[in-house]
Design a protein around this ligand. Structure first.
Ligand code: NAD
Length: 456
């Protein structure tokens, strides 16, 4: 973009600010698509790891893509933002936007700090793109910040929200359902189209909008998915009262193409680094605009009650009191194939059970280190699934890791002191659990009484 309009070359130079789940995956995948990418993070330990070929997060397949592109000279890492943006056509902001405690809005301090850093470091024309999930109007605020910090800089802004799912991030980025790009100038649009040409050339759709629409698309998509989750959870609760099997209801509903099967699995409530904060931010956006997001408010209320309902289920399975009982908690991450425990219901449930006097013995294939940061000494950490189950009074299956789902039920029966499973993810079929001689409580389906509640 140095000599506007677009450069002739197809490979662009890109700086990505923030090497978390989104920044690192986006940087690595855009390098894979042929661009030259430098990823920046303010945490030196992350950059040192990446430079040493180590991946600071768990994301299946990411190591291969990072190594391949680093070796090819298309992907580099630095803590020095000036070095990263030097000569860059596009600077992408991919820092965190957690919930602000004060009012539930997205905390934009990291986005604004990154914008100031970029403005000070840039001295040539570039497009500054927000990939972080940010409320409507943030793009314009970023534009004001940059213009204030560096009044002579020639730049455009763009919004390019990210839809990847942790655990499936590479495939989601490389084969996106759609790419959304919001711009306000023709040259920014052309630059973003060039960035994604390796994708659109394969037939993937790029939806071009104004900036506010692009910002809102991300919230609309996430809050709608959260709505499906809360909806099916509410149906599951009703099934528990009036009878019916939620798995059949999900199938019966989801087979309707207008509804679709995705996000109709009942469970302990949505968690993770996106839905909880994005639903709250959506409500805040509506309140601020005097146009309340009433449906989303209800979605949040349903979800807030879920961890308590899950704890009540565990207490019921333990015969009414968990005090002094050993609870094997399988799964701490908010979903399988990630090490992310942010807003994970499993962590909340662990905390509450421990608070009621249970001895919680937790195991997760990838989430132990992060969970330890949140739960500290409140629970015991088992080195393996077997060690967690060994002579426990009860098993809570909180995250549907394959290791737990594929384990023969006979092993659960053999290892547990009391053969009882509380399954937040409906991993097993009740009739099969009963056949294996275990008691079983799942979500929205008839339970199987434990053959014995207390050890003989
Ligand atoms: P993250 O917390 O994993 O990573 C953010 C990174 O940015 C951290 O490594 C942090 O050190 C770094 N950082 C913060 N300020 C910086 C600065 N000024 N300069 C350099 N580095 C800085 O966050 P994430 O999960 O990757 O999410 C990033 C954004 O993408 C959020 O807005 C999130 O809502 C959105 N998003 C996340 C996902 C997901 O699945 N995680 C999916 C889609 C969108």
């Amino acid at each position: 973009m140095h000599d506007m309009p677009l450069p002739e070359r197809s490979a662009l130079k890109l700086a990505v600010i923030g090497t978390g789940y989104v920044g690192l995956v986006s940087g690595a995948c855009l390098a894979e698509a042929g661009h030259h990418v430098i990823c920046v993070d303010q945490v030196p330990a992350k950059i040192e790891k990446l430079r040493a070929g180590l991946i600071p997060i768990y994301e299946p397949g990411l190591d291969e893509v990072v190594h391949r592109n680093a070796a090819a000279g298309r992907l580099g890492f630095t803590t020095n933002i000036a070095e990263a943006v030097s000569g860059a056509d596009i600077v992408m902001i991919a820092v965190g936007t957690p919930t602000r405690k004060l009012d539930g809005n997205a905390d934009l301090q990291y986005v604004f700090a990154a914008s100031r850093d970029i403005a000070r470091a840039l001295s040539h024309p570039a497009v500054i793109v927000t990939k972080s999930t940010v409320p409507a109007g943030t793009g314009m605020e970023i534009k004001r910040i940059i213009a204030r910090e560096n009044p002579t800089l020639d730049f455009d802004i763009a919004s390019n929200p990210e839809f990847l799912r942790e655990g499936n991030a590479l495939s989601d980025f490389m084969k996106p359902d759609r790419i959304v790009v919001g711009t306000e100038t023709e040259r920014a649009r052309a630059m973003m189209e060039a960035l994604y040409r390796p994708f659109t050339a394969q037939g993937f759709e790029l939806i071009s909008t104004d900036i506010v629409s692009a910002e809102l698309i991300k919230y609309a998509a996430n809050t709608f998915l959260a709505t499906k989750v809360s909806f099916i959870n509410e149906m599951a609760d009703i099934c528990e009262k009036v009878g019916g099997n939620i798995s059949d209801i999900s199938r019966g509903m989801g087979s309707d193409k207008r509804i679709g099967r995705a996000f109709l699995q009942p469970g302990p409530g949505y968690g993770g680094s996106c839905f909880p904060k994005d639903t709250l931010a959506m409500v805040h956006i509506g309140e601020k605009a005097l146009s309340p997001a009433t449906i989303v408010e209800a979605v949040i209320a349903v979800n807030r009650a879920r961890p308590h309902r899950m704890v009540a289920k565990v207490v019921a399975a333990a015969g009414g009191d968990v005090r002094g009982k050993t609870v094997a908690l399988l799964g701490l991450t908010f979903k399988p194939e990630t090490d992310d425990v942010r807003d994970s219901v499993a962590v909340l449930v662990a905390e509450q059970l421990a608070g009621q006097g249970a001895l919680v013995r937790a195991y997760d294939p990838q989430g132990m280190d992060h969970a330890r940061e949140l739960l500290g000494e409140a629970v015991d950490y088992a080195p393996s699934m077997d060690a967690a189950l060994d002579r426990a009074d009860l098993c809570v299956l909180a995250t549907e890791w394959r290791e737990f789902a594929e384990r023969p039920l006979a092993d659960y029966k053999r290892l547990l002191r009391t053969p009882m499973i509380v399954d937040f993810r409906n991993v097993f079929v009740p009739a099969e659990v009963a056949k294996a001689g275990l008691g079983y409580l799942s979500i929205g389906r008839a339970g199987v009484p434990a053959p014995e509640l207390l050890p003989a």
